[in-house]
Design a protein around this ligand. Sequence first.
Ligand code: FCB
Length: 390
Amino acid sequence: MPLRDDFLWGAATSAHQTEGNNTNSDWWDYEQRGIVPERSGDAADSYHRYIEDMELLADAGLNAYRFSIEWARIEPERGHFSASALAHYRRMIDTARLFQLEPVVTLHHFTSPRWFSRAGGWRHPQALDRFSRYVERVTAILGDVGWVCTINEPNIAALGHRFFELAAEPGGAAAGIAQGRLVPDDEIGDLLVRAHRRAVAILRAETSAKIGWTVAQQAFEATPGNEDAFARANYTWEDRYTEGAQGDDFLGVQSYTSQPVGADGPIPHPPHPDNTLTGWAYRPDALGIALRRAWDTSGGLPLLVTENGIATNDDARRIDYTTAALTHMEAAVAEGVDVRGYLHWSALDNFEWGHWAPRFGLIAVDRNTFARTPKPSLAWLGAVAKNNGL
Ligand code: FCB
């Protein structure tokens, strides 16, 4: 079955990972306090170089670009909104259109304003009102945007929230991790579902966008005798968030790898020469598992692959991985799964949440001069896009 004529072929980034100097965000704070190993600093300087970034994607033949709006820039202090930051993101939307790239805009990609997190983050009694007020402000520039993702990987955000709380305990996060407490926090998960539902209502009233959120698909595999643990892991890590997508226009699917589940939950990836630079098992088939499962558990929501990619210094391996992943995606489509687009993670090598070594980009970035050098995988993916399939 051929892919839809309006299939989106693109690449994705997030603000904190690429813009640089996101100084009012909670992550900037964690970086300066040494809670994560490396700092984002100037990142890829995309706050100033987004035109060049988009031009490279468009020239290669892609027709979509997923990027995020940074709450910490829009509302650097509680109740203080920056008109110039809003204008900046509106220029990004206009620039994407100029290059005939469909903008896919994420409103929250892991980072929150420092003031929000210092006050308890999502646990603060006014957290949902605070997020909704930000969404209302941002909605003003989104009227004609086709695709909006409210919150990126709420399941991993619920894990991250737990991590930074463990890190604040005496002695740091290590003890809590050893006790097995680093799992997505259920209470935060519920709050994020409520935050998402409120954001959807605000966006529906004011925009014509297709609205959804993007869930990190685990592609868990049961090990014999551990079916109950498998079901529990799926609920904690994934299904709660798929349920939260009911009523949406699409579900974002983000897939990198697959993991077995044992009696005690997901089993960490054992060391293996094929593991990627993030230590994840090389599993391009995970995308097929993820798409079929998202389709089944969501009751048939249209799916958009909002992230898929590999951390490697070997670009030929990136092409191999992506070829295999797209083969699995096309097989799922042939079975009747409704997939609307494929957005590769990532457009650029960028700040991988405390680490610079894992390189996911279709484009290399010199961290001193910020010079962009497209890798062969960019032209390759552009050719797949122009062909609308492998
Ligand atoms: C996802 C994140 C994205 C990036 C990739 C590798 O969990 O959404 O920002 O870090 O993983």
